[in-house]
Design a protein around this ligand. Structure first.
Ligand SMILES: Nc1ncnc2c1ncn2[C@@H]1O[C@H](COP(=O)(O)OP(=O)(O)OP(=O)(O)O)[C@@H](O)[C@H]1O
Length: 225
């Protein structure tokens, strides 16, 4: 099957329709991510990147347009089916790690796997493998507060990949790190993505990072150009 991993077509989205605060964010945005392709999405602040990522990741629904994951139409699915598709197919990474503070790095990567039906031993082995790949096996028992910013983001990458998603959506994944750390941590993320053959849509303001991806697209005036 050669359908793209992600196919967004003619996406429209208006918030607060009919109210004084009405704002139209997306006006026919069209974007696809091929299988194994890594696409950079560059846009000024407020252009609607988060809205587009949330629609791509089935966290939000468009007012018009089509959303397909792996060739399967997602528009019109009920909440439950969308949640299941999201859990099975999509991994998210945010600018801030959002790790659970009371759990260790290892537990943060194990928990979503348990929620997805993995056994504890399989989940732990998978988590340790991922931590090794991003070079922080020795931090497995640390809580987030005892990790550096770069280490926290590496753990967040492992957590996003824990359930073997087919599509990774990342919103400025190294945006809160200093430039040198951002570079290293981004390289670790790209290695992980390439090794697993994952498709990814990665929002970044950093043109040097964008240039390391397969393709760069821009969001402007509610459309992808
Ligand atoms: N739930 C909401 N209700 C009303 N307006 C919203 C909502 N979410 C976003 N908006 C508005 O839609 C526009 C786009 O927001 P969005 O978060 O998608 O932009 P962004 O490109 O991700 O911005 P940033 O880079 O600053 O995070 C903004 O003007 C924002 O105020």
């Amino acid at each position: 099957m050669n359908s793209p991993m992600l196919d967004l077509a003619g996406i429209e989205k208006t918030y607060n329709r009919g109210q004084p605060s009405e704002v139209t964010v997306l006006r026919g945005a069209t974007l696809s991510v091929g299988r194994g392709e890594v696409v950079a999405l560059v846009a000024p602040s407020g252009a609607g990147k988060s809205t587009l990522l949330h629609i791509a990741g089935l966290l939000d629904t468009p007012d018009a347009g089509s959303v397909a994951l792996g060739g399967v139409n997602m528009v019109g699915l009920g909440d439950r089916a969308r949640t299941e598709a999201r859990r099975a197919d999509v991994g998210f990474i945010y600018q801030f790690h959002h790790l659970l503070p009371e759990f260790s790095a290892l537990e943060n990567i194990v928990l979503p796997q348990l929620a997805n039906g993995s056994s504890a031993s399989v989940a732990k082995a998978r988590a340790m493998d991922l931590l090794a790949r991003v070079g922080i096996s020795d931090r497995a028992e640390h809580r987030p507060a005892a990790l550096s910013g770069g280490e926290q983001q590496r753990v967040a990458f492992c957590r996003a990949l824990a359930n073997r998603p087919r599509l990774l959506l990342a919103d400025e994944p190294t945006g809160n790190l200093d430039p040198a750390t951002s570079d290293q941590v981004f390289a670790a993320l790209m290695d992980l993505v390439r090794e697993t053959g994952l498709s990814a849509l990665i929002v970044t303001h950093n043109m040097e990072l964008a240039a390391r991806m397969d393709r760069v697209v821009r969001l402007a005036a509610g459309r992808v150009v």
